[in-house]
Design a binder for this molecule. Structure first.
Ligand code: ZN
Length: 443
């Protein structure tokens, strides 16, 4: 929807013959066919939290402004609100301060369904998580119409279902666009009256790696090999498995540090960094770079030393290790870059000042991309020997803590595809700036 249309609709609302729309002072909501168009301004926020609720579904999602000036417009799919009713939409900051609220009346577009038997036996309820939601199948001979109820952390809904054949076999797909990949989904099969639960089960929405995008034949990163290391994995190595800290460093280190978990999304760091890594890979390929990933599935196990070894084996020009941070202080936010300093390999790459300068280029490119001011509270560069995977890298290596999962706003942002894309663009810019500084590419 264009801004002009938004204005036109505002004018329409003032007319006595305007139909089927309602708005708060600040928000315009217009019901359409299976969707709700929205339009509002939140001038101080480049991202907001939208929560919606109808009699039969609810959800929450992070929205990015449409124009760089805090204007938001778009369309919310309402797949499970065929029966119409009142829809309420609440807009808040990512720190949960309510900004505005609006309501609208949804028309009913439901077809009459055949009645269901009040009692039926459900057998073999099977759920399968898919990339866009889940697939269900079960048998309930003689049942007719039934109610399927589902909920995840960020989305819930209910819809009537009917058998797909004369034998009482039920099967179908439920789309859950605002449920996170690997997020848990609870499902119930209930009688049509809604009174009796017949079966229940749960599954996880699947994570499916995106199809690799094509490497541009020529771009500003042509000739550069980037190794991306998405930190952690679903299962760690177990406690007290040690690996050597680094060449020229005498100690050994425990292999797996703890993994961060979102304070609002309850997501684990390993999947969030993998999603961002895939976006970074696509961005780098578009700019002509060759990209190597240390892992591309949630449950691939790799030691820290092996992560660096992958980059070394491919003679990568730069290694980016993606992580998310955790702090006991919920207000803490920002991006931190950690680079090695005293291992034999690190010293062969660059001296401390040069490493610090390269890290600052990456940090600043990322802060520019996500709209963070360049001040200590939004990020820093640290040189440290504590990361095994950094110490064994034979090329410039940066462990990037992209934000704090203990901060409600950054936790939600780190799982927002729009924000993930900004981080990816920022890191790709940082790679370019560092490669120019190293003389690997010419500006
Ligand atoms: Zn981590």
């Amino acid at each position: 929807m264009k801004k002009q249309l938004c204005l036109l609709l505002t004018v329409c609302l003032l007319m006595p013959w305007a139909v089927a729309s309602a708005s708060s002072d600040a928000m315009l909501l217009t019901p359409g066919d299976g969707e709700l168009a929205y339009c509002f301004d939140a001038s101080d926020a480049s991202f907001v939290l939208m929560e919606y609720k109808t009699p039969t579904e609810s959800g929450q999602l992070v929205l990015r402004q449409s124009d760089g000036q805090g204007h938001y417009e778009g369309s919310l799919p309402l797949a499970y609100s065929e029966r119409g009713g009142k829809v309420t939409v609440k807009i808040s900051t990512l720190n949960e301060k309510q900004l505005m609220k609006g309501t609208a009346q949804l028309p009913s577009r439901a077809e009459p369904l055949p009645e269901g038997a009040s009692r039926a036996k459900v057998s073999q309820l099977e759920l399968e998580g898919r990339a866009d939601g889940f697939h269900y199948r079960f048998d309930a001979p003689g049942a007719g119409r039934l109610l399927l109820i589902f909920d995840s952390l960020t989305q819930s809904g209910r819809t009537y279902i009917a058998p797909v054949d004369g034998e009482g076999h039920y099967e179908g797909d439920i789309a859950l666009p605002w449920t996170y990949a690997l997020g848990n989904v609870n499902v119930q099969v209930v009688t049509a009256s809604g009174k009796t639960q017949l079966a229940k089960a749960s599954c996880r929405k699947a994570y499916v790696s995106p199809a690799p995008c094509e490497q541009a034949a020529k771009g500003r990163l042509t000739g550069v090999t980037v190794c991306i290391d998405p930190g952690h994995q679903a299962k760690g190595s177990g406690k007290n498995v040690k690996e050597p800290l680094g060449p020229g460093l005498s100690k050994s280190a425990v292999m797996q540090g703890g993994m961060a978990e979102g304070c609002r999304t309850y997501r684990l760091e390993h999947i969030v960094v993998l999603e961002i890594a895939e976006k970074l890979r696509a961005e780098l390929l578009r700019q002509g770079a060759t990209v190597v990933m240390t892992r591309s599935a949630p449950d691939e196990f790799i030691s820290n030393m092996n992560r660096a070894e992958t980059a070394n084996a491919h003679q990568a020009d730069i290694l980016l290790r993606l992580h998310c941070d955790l702090s006991g202080k919920a207000s803490k936010r920002g991006i931190s870059i950690h680079s090695p300093v005293r291992s034999d390999y690190a010293r062969a790459v660059a001296d401390a000042d040069t490493y610090k300068a390269m890290g600052t280029l990456l940090l600043d490119a990322m802060r520019d991309a996500v709209g963070y001011e360049k001040k200590p509270a939004t990020g820093h560069v640290t040189l440290t020997d504590k990361f095994v995977g950094n110490n064994w890298a034979k090329m410039p290596c940066f462990l990037v803590e992209m934000g704090y999962m203990s901060n409600p706003a950054e936790d939600r942002l780190l799982s927002s595809p729009d924000y993930q894309q900004l981080l990816a663009e920022g890191m790709a810019q940082g790679v370019y700036d560092i490669m120019v500084m190293r003389g690997t590419v010419r500006p």
